[in-house]
Design a protein around this ligand. Structure first.
Ligand SMILES: N[C@@H](CCC(=O)N[C@@H](CS)C(=O)NCC(=O)O)C(=O)O
Length: 136
């Protein structure tokens, strides 16, 4: 499709960031063991791509949809370090990446959403994050 990200893993060519995240989580056994938790991880990965991303990157939706979603996300992240359970998952990588991209690419800040701000700050502190998005 001429888009990034895309990976080549052995003979597998895979694109769409959500599909890549879920594949890598499965391959490296980073998926939750409970089916219900795994479903919630998938939910957040789909949310990041299909709902959050358009709300952040479409000018019109930034006025209407974005505040509604960020208010709800801020609520979800109250007193939580991760979206699902007590560990980093594909859910955090999907959601935090879009939040961060939006912060650096479009006129968006999260000052009215303190839980989102502190969540994103803690993600940005992670060495793997600094090695990838944080180099931008
Ligand atoms: N939904 C896709 C979005 C892919 C996408 O639009 N990638 C952009 C960069 S973030 C791109 O490759 N743009 C180049 C182009 O469209 O020519 C995903 O999550 O992988």
């Amino acid at each position: 499709m001429g888009k990034v990200p895309a990976i080549l893993d052995g003979n597998l060519k895979l694109w769409e960031s959500g599909a890549i995240l879920l594949y890598l989580a499965e391959k490296y056994e980073k998926k939750p063991t409970l089916l219900e938790e795994e479903a919630i991880v998938t939910q957040w990965v789909f949310f990041a791509n299909a709902t959050l991303s358009p709300a952040l990157f479409t000018e019109e939706k930034r006025k209407t949809e974005m505040p509604r979603l960020l208010a709800a996300l801020n609520q979800v992240l109250q007193n939580k370090s991760f979206l699902v359970g007590n560990n980093l998952s594909a859910a955090d990588i999907g959601v935090a990446s879009y939040l961060y991209y939006a912060k650096i690419l479009v006129p968006v800040n999260y000052n009215q959403y303190p839980a989102i701000n502190s969540y994103l700050n803690s993600m940005e502190e992670r060495p793997a994050f600094k090695n990838t998005l944080g180099k931008r």
